[in-house]
Design a protein around this ligand. Structure first.
Ligand code: FES
Length: 97
C-alpha cells in the first residue's frame, strides 16, 4: 500500500521466540513502532549503518527508503535479515527477538 501519514496501513509485528506483538505502521520504521509499544530493541546509529539492530526476518517483507551500507549484499538478497531502524513494513512481519 502506498498511503502514508494518517492513512498509513498498520500491520502486526511479532517478535520470536518471546511472541511479543506490536502494531507497525507502514510509514514508520519497525524500531520506532516497537518502541511505541514499549519494546526497546537493540539499536545505536538508527540510520542503517552500525548493524546493532540487525535481526532475522522470519516472515513478511520490508522496504527501505535510503541506500544503506549496514546490510551485506547477500543478507539483502536472502531477505532473511532486517535492520529495523530503517525498515518499513509492507505487511505483517515476524522478527527475531
Ligand atoms: S541501529 Fe544502527 S543499523 Fe540499526
Amino acid at each position: 500500500m502506498k498511503d502514508e501519514g494518517a492513512n498509513a496501513p498498520v500491520y502486526q509485528a511479532v517478535l520470536l521466540p518471546s511472541g511479543r506483538r506490536f502494531s507497525a505502521r507502514g510509514d514508520r520504521p519497525l524500531l520506532l513502532s516497537a518502541a511505541d509499544a514499549g519494546f526497546a530493541l537493540a539499536s545505536s546509529c538508527r540510520n542503517g549503518t552500525c548493524r546493532a539492530c540487525l535481526r532475522p526476518l522470519h516472515s513478511g517483507a520490508v522496504r527501505y527508503r535510503i541506500p544503506w551500507p549496514g546490510l551485506l549484499p547477500e543478507e539483502k538478497a536472502s531477505g532473511g535479515w532486517v535492520l529495523p531502524c530503517v525498515a518499513f513494513p509492507e505487511g505483517d512481519v515476524v522478527l527475531g527477538d
